[in-house]
Write a protein that binds this ligand. Structure first.
Ligand code: BG6
Length: 485
């Protein structure tokens, strides 16, 4: 373990993310004695709350969001003791002096977690610098949205870089904190089995699906300006793609891994002009049934018509030697049939089937990496059905199952933010997104959006509770590929 950091400062301390994820995650670390004993957590936001009121607020968040078996009164009480609160209007520099005073001595280090509206990034960074809260021993974690296109993301990154050098800037993509996402590295680089066939010779195509059943969840103001492409593909899905497609890094460290990821992101074949309409499908959900309930359509939830996509499917390519000609089908959407994040790697068929003349039908091998809600790695392989085979050989696809839920049943699954907050405190950048990665991501996304605008692409309706518009099936079926559903 690296040097423990002395203090943590949470912006957006009364927000939804703080309540659902950050406070429960910090409690999880505290309860397992992973935070240094003297570490204080200072929350800040606009609301005018006293320390005691913020502790009450945090206690309620824990009561609502912690699983019952994690609630331990004594530990909750000692966790709340670490908390204090300072109201702040981050748009003005003058309040930052009082914030610095509240924090007190930061000579043992300060980690800042900044989740704020894009318009507040610049003033916040300037405020921190003006109050002496940006020195060599201060690290900053940045939560999305970090801009809405390449230009605005560069603006935010420049504002941050003027005060915090890249090695003290930790951009968060919470998918990288998920256990099964990190398991992609273990699977690919901890086993000799896969690497020899992990290329255009061995693999037919890759599918990445992140489907959700939730709708707007009260985030209309944010989501309607953003849409599925920016909300999910620009970050989470492209990070998954990079981990699947990258070359083996030489070391398990922030530089080696991120060097390899950025090469993949820069090798994404640009989808420009007419291709934006041909290689993508967008959709917007209408009313339907989701998770057994009748739900309203997007426009009804929003209370106005909108052209924002709540679903997107893309046929992507990585233009390098390893992946030449291999499609990566990506899709994500709200209000879909089920919540599922998974990667499907479809291998090529055997070059010649010895079973054909005996009536045996082969299917090519498939590797399924299920990230959530279950965590497993499943390899579908061909096996012979038992029998004397007088009427021909009967072959069947059977799963080789690595259930991570089952194998590691006794290990508690942590919230992605537990891992990321601890890494931020300890200064390990491996699971954070480097500036060049973010820029390569936006570069690719912006071209798609420009193509949509030029071709006046409108999202196609799909009923809530389905797998998206039927055109999404068409996107793969014209290549003879079916989505794994
Ligand atoms: C966030 C998006 O980044 O990820 C949300 O803004 C989305 O719209 C969420 O719901 C999904 O995260 P998870 O961990 O539930 O898959």
């Amino acid at each position: 373990m690296r040097d423990p950091f002395g203090k943590l400062l949470l912006f957006g301390a009364t927000g939804d993310l703080a309540q659902r994820m950050l406070l429960p995650s910090l409690y999880g670390l505290h309860a397992d004695a992973l935070l240094s004993p003297g570490l204080t957590i200072t929350g800040t936001a606009r609301s005018s709350l006293s320390d005691a009121e913020y502790r009450d607020f945090a206690a309620k968040a824990l009561a609502t969001h912690l699983p019952e078996d994690r609630k331990d009164e004594a530990r909750i009480a000692s966790f709340l003791d670490r908390l204090q609160y300072q109201p702040l209007d981050a748009s003005k520099t003058d309040g930052f002096g009082a914030l610095a005073e509240k924090l007190g001595d930061i000579s043992d280090g300060l980690a800042i977690f900044l989740s704020t509206a894009p318009s507040l990034f610049e003033p916040t960074i300037q405020g921190l610098a003006s109050a002496g809260l940006a020195g060599d021993n201060v690290r900053i974690g940045l939560e999305k949205p970090l801009g809405f296109d390449l230009a605005s993301s560069c603006e935010i990154n420049d504002a941050v870089a003027a005060v915090f050098p890249e090695n003290r800037t930790f951009r968060i993509d919470h998918y990288l904190g998920k256990e099964t996402v990190q398991n992609i590295l273990a699977l690919r680089f901890g086993n000799s089995l896969f690497e020899p066939v992990w290329n255009a010779t061995g693999i037919d195509h890759v599918q990445i699906t992140v489907s959700e059943t939730v709708g707007l969840e009260g985030r209309a103001g944010y989501y309607d300006d953003v849409g599925a492409l920016r909300d999910m593909v620009q970050n989470h899905i492209l990070q998954l793609l990079a981990l699947i497609a990258m070359e083996p890094p030489a070391r398990f460290d922030g530089t080696s891994i991120r060097d390899e990821k950025v090469k993949v992101l820069r090798s994404l074949r640009p989808i420009v002009g007419k291709d934006a309409a041909n290689l993508t499908v967008t959709g917007q959900y209408t009313g339907g049934a989701s998770s057994g309930k009748i739900v309203a359509g997007y426009a009804e939830e929003l209370e106005k018509p909108s052209r924002t996509e709540t679903f997107v499917a893309i046929k992507a390519h990585v233009d390098n030697w390893r992946w030449q000609g291999i499609p990566f089908y990506l899709r994500t959407g709200k209000r879909m049939t089920e919540r599922r994040s998974e990667i499907v790697v479809q291998f090529k068929p055997v070059p010649h089937s010895i079973f054909a003349e005996r009536g045996g039908v082969l299917q090519s091998n498939t590797l399924i990496i299920r990230i959530q809600p279950e965590e497993y790695v499943r390899l579908l392989v061909m096996a012979k059905e038992p029998g004397l085979d007088r009427e021909g050989v009967r072959l069947r696809e059977v799963p080789l199952n690595l259930s991570l839920d089952h194998e590691f049943a006794s290990t508690r699954r942590r919230i992605a933010y537990e891992r990321l907050l601890l890494d931020l405190l300890e200064g390990d950048p491996t699971l954070f997104v480097r500036r060049d990665e973010v820029e390569a991501q936006w570069h690719w996304i912006d071209a798609i959006r420009a193509g949509w605008d030029a071709a006046d692409v409108k999202p196609k309706p799909y009923a809530a509770g389905t797998w998206g518009p039927s055109a999404a099936a068409g996107l793969t079926e014209r290549d003879g590929v079916t989505w794994n559903e």
